[in-house]
Design a binder for this molecule. Structure first.
Ligand SMILES: [Fe+2]
Length: 274
């Protein structure tokens, strides 16, 4: 590992350790959205960075993550690309004796819903855990590219037997202006994934406020890190702690329980694979 990367990792890990030591103990944590796979998208660019991110996760109490590389117009990673990359990275984690389990998944951006359905039906997408329980979706940041029939697509995915989880709704400016626009997606069957960095203010004031509003508005929410690199790798514990301090212990416990439900369901295929 290069010395600069090593310094940053040690600083991040020691800051995290100091913070963690002040908190009550948490159960083993789970993250369903991150870009930890080395060299595949705009996440970890090298194996050293990916392993350093893994060590930060372990220091934070995280034992399982779903690697969710991008599947959008420019980086279009599919099941056939992701499964071998996850297997290779799990080998590297074992060799480095880092006790983190990485499951396959992807963050699928929807612009054209007909195109999404076609690739879905071809079996191209890597849903969470490479299973048929949960799938992670995002929209483009440009409001002009938000699909008019997004609610219909959410209903269609539910009809296929999967629960769509909408990544970081609190980060879209077209939702800030009217947070009730998310309601239709939830009513159609979507769960929401709020990002820890949004809550704790690392993406600015508006996403933190929108995340807070969504947590007050909808029960169907899970937290995730959307970690991309050593500067964007805040772990999970800080998010649950933020919810305890700003909303309630009950809400934090509910978020933990929902995260655990996702982990249980998306881990099944892995457990059943010899
Ligand atoms: Fe992401």
């Amino acid at each position: 590992m290069n010395p600069r990367t090593s310094d940053r990792t040690e600083t991040a890990a020691s800051n995290l350790a100091a913070t963690v030591s002040q908190r009550p103990p948490l159960p083993s944590l789970f993250d369903l959205h991150c870009h930890i796979l080395p060299g595949v998208d705009d996440g970890a660019q090298t194996l050293d960075v990916a392993l350093a991110m893994a060590r930060i996760y372990v220091a934070d109490g995280v034992t399982t993550v779903v690697a969710t590389p991008h599947c959008h117009r420019f980086i279009h990673l599919l099941r056939r690309d992701i499964l071998p990359a996850v297997a290779r990275f799990n080998e590297e984690l074992r060799a480095a004796e880092i006790p983190l389990q990485v499951l396959p998944g992807s963050e699928i951006q929807v612009i054209d819903t007909a195109e999404y359905r076609r690739e879905f039906e071809q079996g191209d997408f890597c849903h969470l855990g490479d299973g048929r329980d949960f799938t992670l979706l995002e929209f483009n940041w440009q409001r002009e590219l938000f699909p008019d029939d997004a609610e219909e697509l959410i209903g269609w995915i539910c009809d296929q037997g999967l629960t769509p989880i909408l990544a970081h709704p609190e980060r879209y400016d077209f939702f800030w202006e009217d947070i009730s626009r998310v309601d239709g997606l939830v009513q159609a069957g979507a769960w929401l994934q709020v990002t820890v960095d949004s809550l704790i203010g690392n993406h600015g004031v508006a996403p933190s406020q929108a995340g807070h509003d969504l947590l007050r508005r909808h029960p169907q929410i899970v937290l995730a890190s959307d970690a991309h690199n050593l500067k964007r790798c805040s772990g999970m514990a800080a998010g649950y702690q933020w919810v305890r301090e700003h909303i309630s212990d009950d809400r934090a416990d509910d978020l933990l329980r929902r995260g655990e439900e996702v982990r249980t369901r998306v881990s099944q295929r892995v457990q059943n694979t010899p």
